[in-house]
Design a protein around this ligand. Structure first.
Ligand code: GKR
Ligand code: MG
Length: 428
């Protein structure tokens, strides 16, 4: 089997005005959709964070992917690493999200190859990753402080008559009451059993008050997480961490850097988790040496694919680290890759993060993937179990061309609303 075509399509999807440590989400989140076509007519798909840089590097990769057998992932990786200069200089950066372009690019290609392999042998991707050890994959509610609004407006019209989650998705959420309303609407609609609150935007006292309002509303049996994306000082994180001992399932990236995480870990009685400071295999030796965290949030887009996440799982198991899963704004192709990976990775035992409820758009046939009781059932169909909706793809590509956003920049977006908003590595 040989790959004969590679199509790279940058898209822009509506994204609501969600607040985070660096600012506010832009009205569109950027993704890139990759399609590989084989000489026997199979189509395999992948999805990664978008923007100009990722699309340019994926286009530069075409010459080294076309002609290859999708089963030969080692050869594909070696060719890309040798040929794409940026492979050597990939940097995660300080933003809450990961900025390593080569890693994203390879992960998209790897997932599309897995989709092709599954289709070729008529087995789901999870079977290629060791087989299904959980038929249904559980996800967590991912709450955000937010301004009123639904994102867009290209391609999405909000309806003032919406109720339930459709209404909550558009509503303002700043106060503890509004955050609880958001949580109830999301949990009722999707059936989620764990809750994560994205923090780092407002004064910690306010964010922790909201966390306690969730505890009050949902009771002690609902696991809670808070994620300030590294903008709390060590002192602040110790002060508020102590208040949340016995309340949090885990404390995600409260402080900046492995060293501060290790100090915090000694000072509070809470499991610490990260998707910001132990984010590559190169970070693991120091993480283990100093004890930087208890739980690592894997993400196949950021660790370099599905196989890399399974290698990470083995390391976490060996060194007594837990494994959870991170997410950014994404659509159904990424979601199903996450589902297959989680289904086939025994050590991944936490409810997975997903931004999916925030996304009104879809690029796969049949529309949004359905959750039941907070879980997604692993498809038994070949490959990832999704097919591209080409009409939606074309429309979302038009959004990309028209919306003018070529790179994620939440800080600049926030400054349009509040000119006094500043970039800050440590804000509180
Ligand atoms: O979407 O604003 C956001 C999040 O802050 C995201 O960028 C982070 O990557 O979800 C992420 C996290 O868990 O840190
Ligand atoms: Mg995080």
């Amino acid at each position: 089997m040989k790959i004969v075509e590679m199509h790279v399509t940058p898209i822009a999807i509506c994204d609501p005005p969600l607040l985070n440590s660096v600012g506010i989400h832009q009205p569109y989140a950027l993704r890139t959709i990759l399609e590989l076509v084989t000489d026997d007519g199979l189509s395999g798909v992948g999805e990664v964070p978008g923007g100009e840089k990722v699309a340019a590097m994926l286009n530069a990769a075409v010459d080294y992917v076309v002609g290859k057998d999708p089963f030969q992932l080692n050869a594909i990786y070696a060719a890309l690493q040798a040929q794409l200069q940026e492979a050597q200089t990939d940097q995660r950066g300080d933003t809450p999200w990961d900025q390593r372009t080569f890693t994203h690019v390879y992960s998209a290609i790897e997932v599309a190859c897995y989709d092709l392999m599954g289709k070729a042998i008529e087995r789901p991707v999870a079977d290629l990753l060791g087989g299904v050890i959980r038929e249904r994959v559980p996800f967590a509610a991912y709450l955000f402080f937010k301004r009123a609004g639904a994102g867009g407006p290209l391609g999405f019209e909000s309806d003032p008559n919406d109720t339930g989650w459709a209404a909550a998705r558009q509503a303002e959420a700043i106060t503890p009451e509004q955050i609880v309303t958001q949580a109830k609407a999301m949990c009722e609609h999707y059936g989620f059993k764990s809750i994560k609150l994205k923090a780092g935007h407002f004064e910690p006292a306010h964010e922790v008050e909201c966390l306690f309002a969730l505890r009050e509303a949902f009771g002690p049996d609902t696991p809670l997480r808070i994620d300030p994306n590294g903008v709390w000082s060590l002192e602040t994180a110790i002060q508020w961490g102590k208040q949340m001992e016995g309340v949090l399932e885990y404390y995600e990236d409260p402080v900046r850097g492995q060293e501060n995480m290790a100090k915090l870990r000694k000072a509070v009685d809470l499991p610490l988790a990260t998707n910001m400071y132990t984010t590559s295999f190169g970070d693991l030796p120091n993480s283990i040496a100093i004890g930087a965290e208890d739980i690592i949030l894997c993400d196949h887009h950021f660790w370099g694919g599905l196989r890399a996440c399974q290698e990470l799982a083995a390391i976490c198991r060996t060194f007594g680290r837990g494994l959870s899963m991170h997410s950014n704004s994404h659509l159904g192709i990424s979601l199903m890759a996450m589902v297959h990976l989680a289904a086939a990775t025994p050590h991944l035992t936490y409810d997975l993060d997903t931004h999916y409820p925030w996304q009104a758009d879809e690029v796969i046939q049949g529309g949004h993937v359905q959750f039941e009781d907070g879980m997604i059932t692993v498809p038994k169909t070949p490959g990832l179990g999704v097919e591209l909706d080409r009409e939606a793809l074309a429309r979302l590509h038009e959004n990309y061309l028209a919306c003018g956003i070529k790179k994620r920049d939440d800080t600049h977006e926030m400054q349009k609303l509040d000119p006094t908003w500043k970039e800050a590595l440590v804000r509180w």
